[in-house]
Design a protein around this ligand. Structure first.
Ligand code: B1M
Length: 222
């Protein structure tokens, strides 16, 4: 594989954002995902190859290690930041249609709930796996999800909740989304929810972590 793509993949895997970043210590002073992605595109490597042969495989490794408890939230956040610094160079090619995305994923933390660290990780991992992500933020009401679905027909929806008190809101949001569009796929996650709850409220899938969310969405894309 191209040496530059291998280096970009390593930057994502180990969370090396840019040259100025001091993390990880063993990569100090080296270019990061930011500079190397820019360089790759300038050298004529296609944005598709940068995405599919470097960024996505790097994020896959991060997700895998996180599921196996080999890395933890801080490392994953550094990888997510490295991914963002690379994605800003790829983003214009999405807009021009040169890079095909797998679909649109609309995500938000449900109404009444302000926790967004887990939701942001899920959004980053999903974006990193080649989906267009619309992040509605926190305290998101049914109407906002539905509005986003109207603007992005066929999109999948992700709901995050961290409080037992906002699980009830999640249930109502699923009911509202399904009555707007029966076929819209709704994925749920967050510490207090589980598969039983998912089935009870009529959502389509529960994932305990970002990796499971990526796998589920990718199964919809094929
Ligand atoms: Co809050 N808080 N908090 N809090 N907070 C918890 C959740 C709590 C368990 C702490 C405790 O009491 N032990 C507790 C909930 C208890 C309960 O409901 N049973 C709690 C409480 C009570 C509250 C307040 C009510 C406190 C108060 O004001 N009295 C208040 C509520 C505010 C509100 O939302 N309306 C509150 C406020 C806050 C802060 C603002 C201070 C801050 C949030 C900052 C932020 O998010 N920007 C905060 C924090 C940081 C926490 C803890 C400490 C950490 C949550 C976190 O970010 N975890 C949390 C205790 C804990 O978990 N140890 C706690 C890391 C994150 C990566 O994990 O979000 O679970 P998590 O996401 C995981 C998975 O769940 C999954 O993937 C992620 C990565 O593995 N996942 C998905 C998440 N969403 C997904 C969606 C998917 C798929 C997977 O598909 C769509």
């Amino acid at each position: 594989m191209n040496e530059l793509l291998e280096k970009i993949e390593l930057c994502i895997e180990f969370g090396k954002i840019n040259n100025a970043a001091v993390y990880p210590p063993n990569m100090r002073g080296q270019d990061g995902a930011d500079e190397l992605t820019k360089q790759a595109l300038e050298e004529g490597i296609s944005p598709d190859d940068v995405l599919n042969k470097a960024l996505i495989p790097g994020m896959d490794k991060v997700g895998q290690k996180f599921s196996e408890n080999k890395i933890f939230v801080p490392q994953m956040l550094m990888s997510a930041k490295a991914m963002s610094s690379a994605m800003k160079h790829i983003q214009p090619f999405f807009k021009s249609g040169q890079v095909k995305q797998k679909g649109t994923f609309i995500i938000g933390t449900v109404s009444g709930d302000l926790h967004d660290i887990g939701k942001n990780l899920v959004a980053m991992m999903i974006e990193g796996s080649g989906w267009k992500v619309i992040d509605l933020g926190v305290d998101v009401k049914s109407e906002q999800y539905i509005e986003a679905l109207k603007e992005n027909p066929g999109g999948a929806v992700g709901l995050s909740a961290l409080l037992t008190t906002t699980m009830v809101n999640m249930e109502q949001i699923v009911i509202d989304i399904k009555s707007f569009s029966e076929n819209a796929k709704v994925l749920i996650g967050g510490a207090p929810v589980n598969t039983d709850f998912c089935q009870r409220i009529g959502a389509d899938y529960y994932s305990p972590d970002p990796q499971g969310a990526v796998a589920y969405l990718n199964s919809l894309a094929v």
